[in-house]
Design a binder for this molecule. Structure first.
Ligand SMILES: [Ca+2]
Length: 114
């Protein structure tokens, strides 16, 4: 009887651990992409992203903030010029050399603009 309880407890622990592992894998694979220019990570490129970049440059720790999405020119980290590029995209999205609003893979090497 004692070994049966031990078996049941072990089986229960295994089931609980496997479900935790599955949940972790699911969460990690949930977001493998980002929208370039979507600095506040809400899925859209709007004036709020310009504000998010500017606030980040001023030292605000507002969350969420996606550095990879905010670095729209893929050069030297997040700078004021990235906010300006997003503003230009919002005014005229026909001329979009930085592919702002496009979806990119997080693990893909960034396209470097010259
Ligand atoms: Ca956004």
């Amino acid at each position: 009887m004692k070994s049966f309880k031990k078996f049941c407890l072990t089986a229960l622990c295994c089931v609980m651990l496997s479900s935790i592992t599955i949940q972790t894998v699911h969460s990690a694979s949930e977001k493998n992409t980002y929208v370039r220019g979507d600095a506040n990570d809400d899925g859209k490129v709007t004036i709020a992203d310009v504000v998010a970049i500017q606030r980040n440059l001023l030292g605000s720790s507002a969350t969420p903030f996606s550095k990879i999405a905010a670095n729209v020119d893929c050069k030297g980290g997040v700078k004021l010029s990235d906010a300006i590029y997003v503003q230009k995209y919002l005014i005229d999205n026909e001329n979009n050399p930085h592919y702002i609003g496009s979806v990119f893979d997080l693990y893909e090497l960034p396209f470097i603009h010259v």
